[in-house]
Design a binder for this molecule. Sequence first.
Ligand code: HEC
Ligand code: HEC
Length: 336
Amino acid sequence: MLNLNNNHKNLVITSLTVYVFLSILIAVIPAYQLDKVQALPSMEPFSDQQLNGLKIYNSENCMSCHTQQVRNIEMDKVWGERPSIPSDYFYSKKRIDIWRQSPSVLGSERTGPDLTNVGKRQPGKEWHLLHLYNPRTVVKESVMPGYPWLFEEKEASQVTDKDVVIPVPTNFLKDPSKKIIATQKALDLVSYLTSLKQATIGEMPSSDFIPSSKKDNIQAGNNGVPAGLDGALLYTNTCSACHQADGKGLPGAFPPLAGSKIVNDANPESFIKIILQGYDARAEYGVMPPFAENLSDEEVAAIATHERSSWGNNAPAITADDVKKIREMINSTAKK
Ligand code: HEC
Ligand code: HEC
């Protein structure tokens, strides 16, 4: 038996084993998984200037008052169009060098507003520069500190054409004869702040979600039954914006359908339910919208069959009848 009371070797070895095991579980594996996260297709890469701006954001510790994460709860809806997903941090999560992971800009304190979408709310560079120099110049009651060391004071006569002069109201100046010039650091930081815009993820459903594909694909057969639905084309029009043409999804945003247990399950119930009702089960992925209103039973069957027979998947076809049964089941439970 392990005697931890009297045998110091056992005590040390046991604690060390537990420590190493937990470190791998809590730190190493998640860090490794984060490395696989990819950018959303609609995201623009950072420019060098924006990257420098992010470094200043970190060194000035702006995240002690500002978050950059939209949580999946009602009160966060004002900060973005959707909850944040790991892919949103693709560029800000790059390692600084081999020794240092990039600091987290998600933040946990919200003394000031969340900045996920501030580039959309406040696109004006001049507003940001004034606000950084002294927030009270533009927001009278602000409690945010000023960052005057990101600016230079110059005599009016020394100002050159290259200088970016900030129109600070004279009552905010110690010496009203001086001009306030933005340094490169301030300009980089503002370039980063105005780039903060939440990227769109795929198409969200609306009443005319895929009108064109409906017209292209439903050719009435002899009895008025739609014939020759093209599952591949329907997939491209309806699902590939998120799950990608190769069915591999995007780590951090959309799960792969290639090799998916749900897609290949002999019992297609959960698969069809996901298509009809949408899906939001895991925090590491975004939200899948429901397609019950947008796709007929035949179309769902065609897409599902296409997915079950593509990208190495190999599962039996799904018929419109299968879909019909599940749709009726969903509708009957909804009525109760
Ligand atoms: C002591 C807490 C605090 C710190 C530190 C802080 N801020 Fe703020 N920030 C606030 C508050 C409070 C507001 C809301 C009032 C205002 O607009 O000034 C705000 C507002 C903002 C806004 C406008 C947001 C909007 O939705 O209009 C931006 C942009 C901003 N801060 C950027 C920064 C940057 C960049 C830094 C670091 C250089 C920083 N803040 C540091 C508290 C802080
Ligand atoms: C707006 C983006 C978007 C579109 C469009 C979309 N999905 Fe999804 N899908 C998702 C997300 C996000 C998840 C993961 C949700 C979660 O787990 O929280 C998902 C999950 C799934 C899953 C579960 C896979 C697994 O193994 O976990 C299936 C199956 C699926 N989608 C099929 C489809 C089909 C079929 C279509 C087209 C009719 C489609 N999706 C269109 C975003 C989308």
